[in-house]
Ligand binder design. Structure first.
Ligand SMILES: NC(=O)c1ccc[n+]([C@@H]2O[C@H](COP(=O)([O-])OP(=O)(O)OC[C@H]3O[C@@H](n4cnc5c(N)ncnc54)[C@H](OP(=O)(O)O)[C@@H]3O)[C@@H](O)[C@H]2O)c1
Length: 500
């Protein structure tokens, strides 16, 4: 089945990419904009204005963008399309802290924007700069009346949104002093993935599952976000961040929110964001005793991944030999509300694990008795698996009679493969999120209060770990499923990790 792509009508805009020379810009933003252009999804009067300190002319910037597209763009490349696209690209070389830069910025937006000034130009500011630079930019934009007065603006802020709750509050304060909340798009690219969005559709459009989605029928929920890669070229960043700040506070918390939330009263951004926020508020922060018992940390040592020997974390580039930064996390969370009381949410995430997979497993309670006067095989529970990456799938495990036996039970899987069914690759997350921002749809962007509440859940874990160094790091081999303590945590409760 192939469905037509929906192409929203959009007004002309200028996207100013602060840090337009950087890694994120080259890997993701510029190739994504090119692809949207090829796909006819950008308005005719759009312009892209790179803003960074590196000295460059418009022409040199176009060259940088072309190189980025040649390296990172996955679709077909057409010289004519490139030439047309490149006419929309501009560059401003300027310092972030100098007032003069913002006067020049204003002039360049006026020069490059297609719409007459009187009609009000749409401007999107993209903060593709290291996190410490964002507050400086926001304050300067405010001082120069470039947030609300001069143009119709939106601002896209990249993660991390702070390092803990108090720095997130501080960042939000700076943003809110300059922009209204409806202008602020905090980007968590995970939420742009088709299968993540599908969690909401699947839950609320299927009568059979909707009825069962609660503590009466669900035994436990498991979320696995496993990466087979190590830290790549991001050693210095990762050493400052660690697994909780990098993955748990944002991606994993968002997945818990989508699995656990009540049905929103509509698809509007605020309704969905309200329901997710209620989930985060229902997750009681853990005390030290609970953390020591129900949260496991790990760091990978050397091992083999996909048939290749790989170094341990402490041997990676830019990592000190005695580093205690965790690269693995497993925990038992609870969502203490009426729907979920008593249902454990087990989550685990790590680098250099056995394979790359992001999956949500919903394990249903077993029937009360074994079949056939209890002589049959032990029953396996029914499991609904929502696989988010690398292959987007939904599968349901259920039990059937094994042919020609008397009492054997066989666990079969019913599988929906997205690519096979829809004959299309789902759109990269950045495309969807950029389009949503251009349209003014905030649904997939975390709101101020939820960012702070997600930090409130993980802050006690970070503090506990930072104040009590781990013994025995590294404690799992690269290419494994993490430290044995993560398995023991579930075994103590008569369960095990579900791995496909
Ligand atoms: N890279 C990714 O894949 C990725 C993924 C998710 C989120 N992010 C987030 O996206 C943002 C940008 O990441 P990035 O990897 O693109 O960063 P980056 O390459 O280190 O920096 C982007 C640009 O900012 C300028 N810059 C670098 N260091 C600076 C400093 N200390 N002071 C002022 N300007 C500086 C540089 O341009 P000039 O020197 O020319 O000014 C650079 O080209 C970060 O917040 C990051 O956390 C990145």
């Amino acid at each position: 089945m192939t469905l037509p792509i929906q192409r929203p009508k959009m007004e002309p805009f200028t996207i100013v990419i602060f840090g337009g020379t950087g890694d994120l810009s080259r890997r993701k933003l510029l190739p994504t904009l090119f692809h949207l252009f090829q796909d006819g999804q950008l308005s005719t009067g759009f312009s892209v204005l790179g803003f960074a300190r590196s000295k460059m002319t418009d022409e040199q910037y176009r060259h940088l963008v072309q190189e980025a597209i040649n390296t990172f763009h996955e679709g077909p490349y057409d010289e004519e399309q490139w030439t047309e696209f490149s006419r929309h690209l501009f560059y401003l070389s300027a310092g972030y802290e100098e007032d003069e830069s913002y006067m020049k910025l204003c002039e360049r937006i006026d020069q490059t924007g297609a719409v007459p000034k009187e009609e009000g130009r749409n401007v999107i500011y993209y903060m593709a700069v290291p996190p410490q630079v964002t507050p400086i930019l926001v304050e300067k934009l405010k001082d120069h009346h470039l947030c609300k007065e001069r143009f119709k603006t939106k601002i896209i802020v990249e993660k991390p949104f702070g390092r803990d709750r108090s720095s997130a509050i501080e960042l939000n304060k700076i943003l809110r002093a300059a922009f209204d909340e409806r202008q602020i798009y905090r980007i968590d690219h995970y939420l742009g993935k088709e299968t993540v969005q599908n969690i909401t559709f699947f839950r609320f459009s299927n009568g059979i599952f909707e009825q069962l989605w609660n503590r009466y029928f669900i035994d436990n929920v498991q979320i696995t976000v496993a990466e087979s890669l190590g830290i790549e070229h991001r050693g210095a960043f990762y050493e400052q961040s660690g697994v909780v700040r990098d993955i748990v506070q944002n991606h994993i918390m968002q997945l818990i929110g989508l699995v656990a939330m009540e049905p929103p009263i509509g698809f509007e951004a605020e309704f969905l964001r309200d329901e997710k926020q209620k989930v985060f508020l229902s997750m009681p922060p853990m005390n030290e005793e609970v953390i020591d018992q129900f949260v496991v940390r790990g760091q990978y040592g050397p091992g083999r991944v996909n048939g290749q020997d790989v170094p341990g974390y402490r041997e990676e580039e830019s990592i000190p030999s005695g580093s205690n930064t965790p690269t693995f996390f497993a925990a038992r969370f609870h969502v203490a509300n009426w729907r979920w009381a008593g249902v454990p949410f087990y989550v685990r995430t790590g680098k250099r694990m056995a394979k790359r997979i992001t999956e949500i497993a919903i394990e249903f309670k077993c029937p009360p008795l074994r079949l056939l006067g209890r002589t049959s095989d032990l029953l396996e529970s029914n499991i609904l698996l929502l696989t988010i990456q690398p292959d987007e799938k939904i599968s349901l495990r259920f039990n059937v009679k094994y042919p020609y036996t008397i009492d054997r039970i066989y666990s079969a899987n019913m599988i929906l493969d997205y690519q096979e069914t829809f004959k299309t690759k789902s759109h990269p997350a950045y495309e969807r999120l950029l389009i949503d921002c251009m349209k003014g749809d905030l649904t997939l962007f975390p709101r101020e209060d939820s960012v702070e509440t997600m930090w409130a859940v993980v802050d006690p874990i970070i503090s506990r770990w930072e104040s009590s160094p781990p013994g025995g790091f590294p404690n799992y081999a690269a290419g494994s499923w993490g430290p044995k303590e993560a398995d023991l945590m579930l075994a103590r409760e008569g369960r095990h990790w579900i791995t496909t």
